[in-house]
Design a protein around this ligand. Structure first.
Ligand code: ZN
Ligand code: ZN
Length: 196
């Protein structure tokens, strides 16, 4: 900024930037739509990252245009500084988001309530469900719990209840992956949450 230089070929610069910006915008909109449809937070995040690039580029285009219009040479390096700050900020934000999505989190309380309701409504024949654990990783919601059945119940019958619960949970919860641990009555350690 202390030694601003004359802009060479600002028209070509503006044209190339405008084309690149338009391509970025189209690609960003595609990523966001496709990512939402496929329930991929990574693709949607990529799309929004590109949108910030597009916003920056539009700012730069206005800067270059103003610089040529007014002959105020310091505008060009000033815009470069703004772009640099934006890159640092976007980098920090993306790092933070990636780290938090790597750490699996339990599902929101309303989803958890819904899961309990579905288990309670579809576990006819079982005695109790406990130790319900949930975690979200990307588009998948992992659901694990213990199911207590009468000790004399056959494996076929217990498995039928599990299949019914799995189907109901897959229907009711987006991206559900269900794992059920079956226990005979009497062995049940009563810890965690009782659903039934
Ligand atoms: Zn148990
Ligand atoms: Zn099975």
């Amino acid at each position: 900024m202390q030694h601003p230089r004359e802009l060479k070929e600002p028209a070509a610069g503006i044209a190339i930037s405008a084309i690149a910006t338009a391509l970025n915008l189209a690609w960003a909109l595609f990523l966001i739509t496709f990512g939402r449809r496929r329930r991929s937070p990574a693709l949607v995040a990529d799309g929004w990252h590109l949108i910030t690039d597009v916003a920056t580029s539009v700012g730069v285009l206005i800067g270059i245009w103003l610089a040529t219009l007014t002959g105020w040479k310091v505008l060009d390096p000033a815009m470069a500084a703004v772009v640099a700050i934006n890159i640092l900020w976007a980098g920090w934000r993306l790092t933070r988001e990636s780290v938090s999505s790597l750490m699996d989190e339990a599902v929101a309380s309303d989803v958890s309530r819904n899961i309990r309701k579905i288990i309670a409504a579809n576990a006819d024949g079982a005695l109790e469900a406990h130790d319900l654990r949930t975690r979200s990783a990307g588009r998948v919601t992992f659901i694990e719990f213990h199911l207590v059945v009468p000790g004399a119940m056959s494996v076929v019958d217990a498995h039928r209840i599990c299949d019914r619960l799995e189907a109901a949970l897959t229907d009711g919860i987006d991206g559900a992956e269900v794992l059920i641990h079956v226990e005979p009555e009497g062995e049940a350690r009563h810890k965690g949450v009782v659903v039934l």
